[in-house]
Ligand binder design. Structure first.
Ligand code: AMP
Length: 630
């Protein structure tokens, strides 16, 4: 891999020269005065003084050159809709949405919270923010009112954009209802809520003076022309919340110029996507993959992007491949869990369609096991690229870089550090690990363009969460364990903290514990991630009740378990629901009162409980064992 090695080395040793070149992949209203300002570490400002706009680069410049090329392909197998927007049409829709925003008083720097299903209007809503310099905060539709309210209070949006409902597996999923509930729970609810009425939840309640009908306003702005607002490169483009070790999610703040350059470069070097081609990412706009590789990345590259509302199995397990054939998808992006789901279906579905357009399938979000990696590569007969990154980084940190060199793929490994990242594996004392030695995945700052610039409104939290693992050297800690082999291939070995990964989605066990404790019967609870064949991990709860009579029979335990699950559904969303809630009379702790989470997790996974020299009450472990056996 000499060619790629050289490319990577140059990105670190000749950082400014390297990124100045990449900056040429996007259009600037004003070029940068300084490529990298790292005068206030660990904060970094990329392309300082430069002025650009994400929407201009993603939409307008292509609309000017190739107005009739496909830009957005919206497919819903839930409502049987399919609509293609050209770049010219996308620009018109975005301008209409931007005009609506201006009508509603949204100004540059204001936050707009987007809580929407996978419909084209969600893309218009995001791009319209970028167009006028408003900061979007997209919240995943699977999150319930409590999670939504926490995010509202942190971002303090002037406007929320939502829909009456989404659809999943043929059933409507209420959105507007949850918006109303969240607005009641929140301390800083928005003044206005813009609703895209899909007609799925007929007669949903409307709040007079606050709720506004999108179709009505759109009709007034059919010919709207809204010029782009040029932003200084470091001005924020969006906030995206992610779970951490505390109960309170962190608002990952992204800049404008650095993000645009990083994504445009990644489309060329990593994803090898070209203008005129089509990309299909099976994620959701509520996650970072949705931001980077459903909306901004492909559009910046002048590709068409597929927005798909539906599951991989309806109407049958061939639906994704049918889309690939129909739109001649060249780049596809998904998660290992989805592939494991497909692996359980009839393999004939994979052979039924012409997949010859497909160059690569990228998989990320959770560890990709060797068996699944090999299976899907054999079935598709194309390279399947495992890539590793986080909400924080916004684009891959480890990957094969096929645009530079076609390095061999090792099953179960996301290959090499991506250019721009001085990524290394560290021992717990801050020294660097040797080959095949497990350590912490860290990045020597400055972080490259595109990564988080801070935690929204909490610069101190940005520093303390990510840069204080060692006093010396100061590194960005990924909170993941990893290992590098003698050939330079990396493997990720899981999180160091209490964050778990369910079907590629990051969940904080602390958040789930707080939700469970909101149930009046619960005194104390521990939530751990337990290995799951399909989803990677599943949350499992061990709870202590205040009054033992609540769980003194099997029926009562089942009843309370259901209630606790419902509490989690209501506060966080079904995505965070524990697979099981076991009731025990005490949790294993050290004599100083620290919860022995690792031991609980080990037992739940059928392993040895580990070092128990400091345990206060060993009988608690017996209780866990018998609860698991019951
Ligand atoms: P999120 O920010 O929700 O995308 O979650 C990021 C976390 O997912 C990382 O810190 C890793 O723990 C895990 N992750 C993401 N991609 C991979 C991958 N390719 N292999 C192993 N773990 C991954």
């Amino acid at each position: 891999m000499t060619m790629y090695k050289e490319f990577h080395r140059r990105s670190i040793d000749k950082r400014d020269e390297f990124w100045a070149e990449q900056a040429g992949l996007i259009d600037w209203n004003k070029p940068a005065e300084q490529i990298c300002d790292f005068s206030n570490p660990p904060f970094v400002k990329w392309f300082k003084g430069g002025e650009t706009n994400l929407c201009f680069n993603a939409v307008d410049r292509h609309a000017a050159q190739r107005p009739n090329d496909r830009a957005l392909v919206y497919i819903s197998t839930e409502t049987d809709e399919e609509k293609v927007y050209t770049f010219a049409e996308l620009q018109r829709e975005v301008e209409r949405m931007a005009a609506i925003y201006q009508d509603l008083g949204v100004r540059k720097g204001d936050r707009v919270l987007i809580y929407m299903p996978m419909i084209a209007e969600a893309a218009f809503a995001m791009l319209a923010c970028a167009r006028i310099g408003a900061i979007h905060s997209v919240v995943f539709g699977g999150f319930a009112a409590g999670s939504l309210a926490t995010r509202i209070d942190d971002a303090k949006p002037v406007l929320m954009v939502s829909s009456d409902a989404g659809m999943r597996n043929g059933k409507p999923v209420p959105y507007k209802h949850l918006v109303d509930e969240a607005c009641k729970l929140a301390e800083f609810p928005p003044q206005k809520v813009l609703i895209v009425d899909r007609g799925l939840d007929k007669g949903f309640p409307k709040v007079a003076g606050r709720d506004i009908d999108y179709a009505e306003l759109r009709a007034r702005h059919m010919d709207a022309k809204v010029p782009v607002t040029w932003l200084e490169s470091s001005e924020p483009s969006y906030i995206l919340y992610t779970s951490g070790t505390t109960g309170k999610p962190k608002g990952v703040q992204r800049d404008t110029g650095g993000y645009a350059v990083a994504l445009a470069a990644s489309m060329k070097h990593i994803f090898t996507g070209d203008a005129g081609e089509t990309m299909f990412s099976t994620s959701d706009i509520g996650w970072v993959v949705g931001h980077s590789y459903i909306i901004y990345g492909p559009l910046l590259a002048g590709m068409a992007t597929v927005m798909y509302e539906g599951t991989p199995l309806r109407p049958d397990a061939g639906i994704w491949w049918q889309i690939v054939e129909k739109y001649k998808v060249t780049v596809m992006f998904s998660a290992p869990t989805a592939v494991r789901v497909l692996k359980k279906q009839d393999p004939a579905f994979l052979k039924k369609y012409d997949l010859s357009s497909l160059k690569h399938l990228f998989l990320a979000g959770e560890p990709l096991d060797e068996t699944t990696h090999k299976w899907i590569m054999d079935e598709l007969g194309i390279p399947v690229i495992d890539n590793y990154w986080q909400t924080e980084t916004g684009w891959p940190m480890l990957s094969a870089i096929r645009g530079i060199e076609k390095t061999p793929i090792k099953y179960g490994s996301p290959s090499f550090p991506v250019y721009g990242y001085d990524l290394r594996i560290f021992r717990e004392d801050g020294t660097e690990c040797g080959p095949d030695e497990k350590g912490i995945v860290g990045v020597v700052p400055p972080l490259p363009p595109g990564c988080l610039s801070t935690v929204w409104g909490q610069d101190d939290r940005f520093v303390s969460t990510y840069f204080t693992l060692f006093k010396d050297p100061v590194i960005f800690s990924s909170s993941d364990w990893g290992i590098k082999d003698a050939d330079g291939y990396h493997t990720i070995l899981g999180r160091m903290d209490d964050v778990i990964n369910v079907a590629g989605h990051r969940l904080g066990t602390r958040e789930i514990e707080e939700a469970i404790q909101a149930h009046a019967a619960i005194a104390e609870v521990a939530v751990v991630g337990v290995a799951d064949q399909l989803k990677g991990q599943m949350p499992m709860a061990f709870a202590v009740v205040k009054d033992a009579s609540r769980v003194d029979s099997a029926e009562k335990r089942i009843e309370l378990e259901k209630e606790v699950m419902k509490t989690v559904d209501n506060l966080l969303g079904a995505i965070a629901r524990p697979a099981r809630v076991h009731f025990i009379s005490g949790l294993p702790k050290t004599r100083s009162g620290k919860m022995l989470r690792r031991s609980i997790q080990a037992l739940a996974e059928g392993r040895d409980a580990g070092d128990l020299t400091t345990i206060d009450d060993p009988s608690t472990l017996e209780q866990i064992r018998s609860a698991l056996a019951s």
